[in-house]
Write a protein that binds this ligand. Structure first.
Ligand SMILES: *Cc1c(COP(=O)(O)O)cnc(C)c1O
Length: 388
């Protein structure tokens, strides 16, 4: 098999089907006509429920789903109108009233909100665990646990989890393991190869890559695909072919963009770690990171997203830092070409502990020249120190 960077160029492309066009065009459509009564009946009989109506996707959808599925190494991929929608529908596929679900304490905040406000309303018990602590998983998992949902690394605080070990434990209880894999993308980590049942992408982030679309995917292994498929189609989710075209376009340059995000992220993490105003930098490539060994074992690279704690919580310092930055703009999301910075302060955690009492800041290292980015962080930190 070819290198995954080569695969990212070729997956999901069938130019011969589209008059030789390199890219699958935007196909818009709701009604898909059958040529005869017999053909109409056959599409139903083949169990091919998903070919006869636009809600189940057009050729643009299928190209993208096939591309992501091939990269993730799954049995099938479903696309969703946002990353959050992929997380929530994947959860709904595997739970029923009376079940217990275990969710990593460092999960993406809106996924946590969904579990707390929707799953609990359906009579599902939601419990959080520190996904870096296998003993805590062992202690909390039980015969009613139907889903273990993790994100590696965790949102905002970037702890890494041992997906293989978590999958082994969870499968002893017949629980499905869902992994939000948005940080790494399948180019840097493939959860299904490590035993997970479903791998989720916020396509909005690195795969889209240009801060101009919202989308998600869930890719399942063979044992989990039917349940995921059915449940998702019951909900009627559908994704715009125009956005899918953009996502396919983003995918083609993912490998080179990720390499630059990786390099810039590591350089910024190192430079922040050396600054006197900084307490802890949460980046797995730093040799003193508690996650360094696990990251090196499982991942092919780092993305440009990481965080750091200031030594202080001083509001004047914090405000001055953010307002003096020139190339880092304050904003949600990440994975685009541009550098971003997010004021976090103190992230909400219910079972795990944080490594610092300082103010937490999330950084997305974009594709700008790294010397400009380093200088920008340094001048803002230095001037903030003068502001107090
Ligand atoms: C942004 C994000 C999502 C949600 O993606 P949207 O497209 O914004 O809904 C899910 N998981 C993680 C880890 C994210 O960072």
């Amino acid at each position: 098999m070819s290198h995954i960077h080569t695969q990212a160029i070729n997956v999901g492309r069938t130019p011969q089907r589209f008059d030789g066009l390199v890219n699958t065009p935007v196909f818009r459509g709701s009604t898909i006509l059958a040529n005869s009564f017999k053909e109409w009946e056959q599409t139903k009989q083949n169990g091919d429920l998903y070919r006869n109506y636009g809600r189940f996707g057009t050729a643009t959808t299928k190209s993208f789903e096939k591309a992501i599925n091939d990269l993730e190494g799954g049995a099938g991929c479903m696309v969703f109108p946002s990353g959050l929608s992929a997380c929530t529908h994947a959860l709904m596929a595997f739970v029923k009233t009376g079940d217990h679900v275990l969710i990593a304490d460092n999960i993406y905040g809106p996924t946590r909100n969904f579990a707390d406000h929707v799953l609990t309303r359906l009579g599902i018990t939601v419990e959080y665990f520190d996904s870096t602590c296998l003993a805590e998983l062992q202690q909390k998992i039980n015969a009613k646990t139907s889903v273990v949902f993790i994100e590696s690394p965790g949102s905002i605080t970037f702890e890494f989890s041992d997906v293989a070990a978590i999958s082994d434990i969870s499968h002893q209880y017949a629980a499905k393991v869902l992994v939000d894999n948005s940080w790494a993308t399948p180019l840097f980590f493939k959860p299904l190869e490590h035993g997970a049942d479903v791998s989720i992408q916020a396509v909005t982030k690195y795969i889209g890559g240009h801060s101009d679309l919202l989308m998600g995917t869930a890719t399942a292994n063979a044992e989990s695909l039917d349940q995921l498929n059915q449940s998702v189609h019951f909900f009627g989710e559908t994704t715009s072919p125009d956005d899918l075209f953009l996502a396919l376009r983003g995918l083609r340059s993912l490998a080179v963009r990720l390499k630059q995000h990786h390099d810039n992220g590591i350089a910024l993490a190192q430079c922040l770690a050396a600054h006197p105003a900084v307490d802890v930098v949460c980046h797995p490539a730093l040799p003193n990171s508690p996650d360094h060994a696990l990251w090196q074992r499982d991942f092919a690279g780092a993305s440009g997203l990481f965080s750091f704690y200031l030594k202080t919580q001083d509001p004047a310092f914090v405000e001055s830092f953010f307002d003096r930055l020139e190339f880092f703009h304050i904003g949600l999301s990440w994975g685009g070409y541009e550098s971003l910075v997010l004021p976090v302060g103190k992230p909400y955690r219910s079972t795990s502990t944080l490594p610092s009492d300082g103010y937490l800041i999330r950084i997305h290292a974009g594709l700008e020249h790294v010397e400009d980015l380093k200088a920008d962080l340094y001048q803002a930190l230095d001037q903030a120190a003068n502001a107090i």
